[in-house]
Design a protein around this ligand. Structure first.
Ligand code: NAI
Ligand code: MG
Length: 488
């Protein structure tokens, strides 16, 4: 009997769609400015749109604050500082901050969905990372509000006054929490501006703060573009500027406030090294590489965007990395199975595309994960470049997208030199089985944060910040509190 020819079938299977519901979410058509405890119209009458980058749908219109509005917000913050907040007992201040934290927890699902809609980040991350961490920052700093004399023993502690805070679009609610919670705990009042592409969760936070009954003017939330941010920076009556964003704008701010006596913390860009030594647990390290560069589409200031693999394990690490990249689910950020969501804006997608082209033009070898990208919205396939040199543009400059460069090294001294050879100094990762190698590297890497056998782990108790062009000052922990006080 003739043998039946076996039919070759390739079994392709997918996860069934598991989209998070948006039915319980209320996004208004239009949002005003939150100044002096009221939602007020912008004095110029201008509004701008914020979009869902995953679909390109318009979500809402948001007020565009001009210099006049900023002046009003700073005056409201000053009045609240002089008349109310500086006279509120520390224990009372703590109660308000705890209340905000608890109300955020109660509305966690709503905040997570809105964050995903407005920013394009996957729901798994906004639900499990951004929102819980944001709540934890309020809880943590609430605890310090009435213990400042223990935070800074033998010193007299005084608030700075009015803090102007400008935040980026990669962790919108979390950055608002990093800025507002320590400022309030230390007794300051606040004028905060969210980024133009992601203002909605900060405006939801304004609603929560309002419902929490925080005295009028203690927190003011103003929306707008770079010129709105500049108006905060240049306002005479602001005592402190806290900025997170690009190194370029950080430099502008530093020049603008030079000689004014304004205090500043700047948390800027990065090009962090993720270093895999030959004795590293390879499979865990591969997960760490993936998390380091593809978490939040690589829109992470401390992203592990420069991978260094010791030569003897380079082939196996790169092979496993490529295989793992192919299993990443790229697409609808609202789907609970999605690993990599949408790029935050068309502009950022263009920036990333520009760097991918430069990488190819400079002769690097590109590998992109084998995934289908949605037709609408802004998406970029997870990408790695091998055959790069220390001098390659894509090794030197921050891309802020899901793009990794891969270099190899032979000795530990060599990798320390290469890792430190960058204008930045925000973070680094080290993967090895040996504690002594961890200590050796962590003491020699010029980075504000060094993770060992993990990456992108955050906690409110732990200070975060950079060296060199990654900025100065620390956020989180006691260090984060000290950035908002005068010590006598
Ligand atoms: P950006 O630095 O322009 O924006 C960050 C914030 O600063 C926004 O709220 C913006 O409105 C405000 N801003 C802009 N110009 C200002 C000025 N002159 N004075 C005061 N505030 C101002 O960042 P952008 O243009 O959105 O992103 C460009 C690049 O910056 C990215 O590709 C990435 O490399 C880097 N970046 C780094 C971030 C980080 O966390 N380190 C966050 C966002 C961007
Ligand atoms: Mg948006």
């Amino acid at each position: 009997m003739a043998k039946k020819k076996e039919k070759k079938t390739t079994i392709e299977w997918d996860y069934a769609p598991a989209p998070e519901s948006t039915s319980h979410i209320e996004v208004k058509d239009r949002y005003d400015l939150y100044i002096g405890g009221k939602f007020v119209k912008p004095s110029g009458g201008k509004y701008f749109a914020t979009y869902n980058p995953a679909t390109e749908d318009k979500l809402a219109e948001v007020a565009y604050a001009n210099e006049k509005d900023i002046d009003k917000a700073v005056k409201a913050a000053r009045k609240a500082y002089n008349e109310v907040w500086s006279k509120t007992t520390p224990a009372e201040r703590a109660k308000y901050i705890y209340r905000i934290a608890r109300m955020m927890q109660e509305r966690a699902r709503e905040l997570a969905v809105i964050e995903t809609l407005d920013a394009g980040k996957v729901i798994r991350e906004s639900r499990d990372v951004d929102v819980p961490l944001a709540c934890n920052h309020f809880f943590y700093y609430a605890g310090w509000a009435d213990k400042l004399e223990y935070a800074f023993p033998n010193r007299e502690v005084e608030a700075l006054g009015v803090a102007g805070q400008i935040i980026p679009w990669n962790f919108p609610l979390l950055m608002a929490a990093w800025k507002i919670a320590p400022a309030l705990a230390a007794g300051n009042t606040v004028v905060l501006k969210p980024a133009e592409t992601t203002p909605l969760t900060a405006l939801k936070l304004a609603e929560i703060i309002h419902e929490a009954g925080l005295p009028a003017g203690v927190v003011n939330i103003v929306t707008g573009y770079g010129d709105t941010g500049a108006a905060i920076v240049n306002h005479d009556d602001v005592d402190k500027i806290a900025f997170t964003g690009s190194t370029g704008v950080g430099k502008i701010i530093q020049k603008a406030i030079a000689g004014t006596g304004k205090k500043a913390t700047l948390e800027l860009g990065g090009k962090s090294a993720n270093i895999i030594l030959d004795d590293a647990p390879i499979d865990q390290a591969v997960e760490g590489i993936i998390n380091g560069i593809f978490f939040n589409q690589g829109h992470v200031c401390c992203a592990g965007s420069r991978l260094f693999v010791q030569e003897s394990v380079a082939d196996i690490v790169i092979k496993k990395l490529k295989r793992r990249m192919d299993t990443l689910i790229v697409g609808n950020p609202l789907d609970k199975n999605t690993d990599v969501g949408a790029i935050n804006s068309k502009e950022q997608l263009d920036t990333i595309a520009k760097y991918i082209k430069i990488g190819k033009d400079e002769g690097a070898t590109i590998h992109q994960s084998n995934c289908k990208l949605p037709k609408n919205g802004f998406y970029c396939a997870p990408t790695i470049f091998t055959d790069v040199a220390q001098s390659s543009t894509i090794v030197q400059e921050e891309i802020f997208g899901p793009v990794l460069t891969v270099q190899t090294f032979r000795t530990v001294d060599e990798v320390i030199q290469k890792a430190n050879n960058t204008p930045y100094g925000l973070a680094a990762g080290v993967w090895t089985d040996k504690g002594s190698r961890i200590f050796n590297l962590t003491t020699k890497l010029n980075a504000g944060v060094v993770w060992a056998n993990t990456y992108n782990k955050f906690d409110p108790t732990s200070p975060f910040g950079g060296y060199k062009e990654s900025g100065f000052g620390r956020e989180g922990g006691l260090h984060g509190l000290s950035a908002y006080v005068k010590l006598k």
